[in-house]
Design a protein around this ligand. Structure first.
Ligand SMILES: [Zn+2]
Ligand SMILES: [Zn+2]
Length: 345
């Protein structure tokens, strides 16, 4: 069980930058920096020194938005460190799923007995990656569509400047939903694959991370939360979402709202009608606009979502309750005839 000690906290904070399974691993940050630099020098015709200055600009890294990102990062590590161990884990889901299939079909299946272990490992790694990407799309879309969830997801969209740490600018309630989503997806995939292929199931990993995730992170995933509008060729953006496309998701412009919910694959957005290409020389303003007065205060980041969520539930229940108490509006004649019927009864 997690113990809240200074040593544990330091290990957790440092772990975000030292663990290759985390987006903010120093190697991924370094590769993102190099990709941005090469992009700006080759395509933006910037001199390397001025490109470095832009990437490390003080007004970006010390902005009120960035300082709020750092505060959320530090606070969430403390909160989530004590919450996550108490949540449903993928092992419990996997055991449940395996037992359910075992009982339903009277014993274990032994699919493709002659298939080589590497092929099963590659298939499992790919399926896990694709299903996880779809689940991220679905949960992200729900966070925008359901007003109660949007109250919490707004914290991520309240960033007015983007830097790699913005990825962790999330309300703890969203963090809990994401942990549960991960446990369900991993548990279901592991349970089904172990049922079908037994102990031949394994994950193809690079430095302990899912190989596909490793490639995604190494190829500049951190640029999604940056102000370097790196675009892919148009045909490639139809398959993989570029950093510029996620920046569009953060745009304040109503034209861009509810676009590009996906993480890696563009197919979910294309399939469900939320896809948007990046634009050449796009210059975007980020955040929620003037609707939120103080987007970087701890009150807005942690307490306001609860207040808005409770307000939303209150409105729903009060409206329903009032509807039940108020007599239905029926024409007078009909009301009179109904009364007559009741009186006769
Ligand atoms: Zn969003
Ligand atoms: Zn984002």
């Amino acid at each position: 069980m997690f113990e809240l000690t200074a040593q544990n906290l330091l290990a957790d904070w440092a772990g975000q930058f030292l663990d290759p399974r985390k987006r903010l691993f120093w190697g991924y940050l370094g590769s993102a920096f190099l990709i941005a630099l090469i992009w700006m020098v080759l395509l933006g015709r910037e001199r390397p020194v001025s490109a470095c200055r832009k990437l490390l600009a003080r007004d970006l890294w010390c902005s009120a938005s960035a300082r709020a990102d750092y505060a959320v990062f530090l606070i969430n590590t403390i909160l989530m460190g004590s919450i996550v161990p108490r949540l449903l884990g993928h092992a419990a889901v996997a055991v449940f799923c395996f037992s359910l299939l075992h009982d339903l079909f009277d014993g274990r299946a032994s699919l493709l007995p002659d298939a080589p272990a590497w092929a099963i490992a590659a298939g499992f790694t790919l399926v896990l990656f694709v299903v996880d990407d779809l689940a991220r799309y679905v949960v992200h879309r729900l966070m925008h569509a359901v007003p109660l969830l949007w109250a919490f997801h707004k914290v991520h969209h309240s960033a007015t400047r983007l830097n790699p740490l913005t990825v962790l600018r999330t309300h703890p309630v969203e963090g809990i939903l994401f942990v549960l989503r991960g446990a369900l997806v991993q548990g279901l995939c592991i349970g089904i694959f172990v049922y079908g292929f037994g102990d031949r199931v394994s994950l193809v990993m690079v430095l302990g991370a899912n190989a596909f995730k490793f490639v995604f992170n190494a190829l500049g995933a951190n640029l999604r939360h940056s102000e370097v509008p790196i675009r892919y060729w148009s045909w490639l953006e139809n398959f993989l979402l570029s950093p510029a496309q996620h920046q569009i998701h953060h745009s304040e412009n109503p034209r861009h709202h509810d676009r590009n919910f996906g993480v890696v694959l563009a197919c979910w957005d294309r399939l469900f009608g939320t896809y948007c290409h990046s634009e050449p020389n796009q210059e975007l303003r980020y955040g929620l606009g003037p609707a939120v007065a103080d987007p970087h205060s701890l009150y807005t980041l942690y307490l306001l979502p609860f207040r808005e969520g409770v307000g939303f539930l209150h409105r729903i229940f009060i409206r329903r309750w009032r509807r039940q108490l108020t007599p239905p509006l029926v024409p007078t004649d009909q009301y009179q005839s109904n009364r007559a019927i009741y009186e006769i009864d």
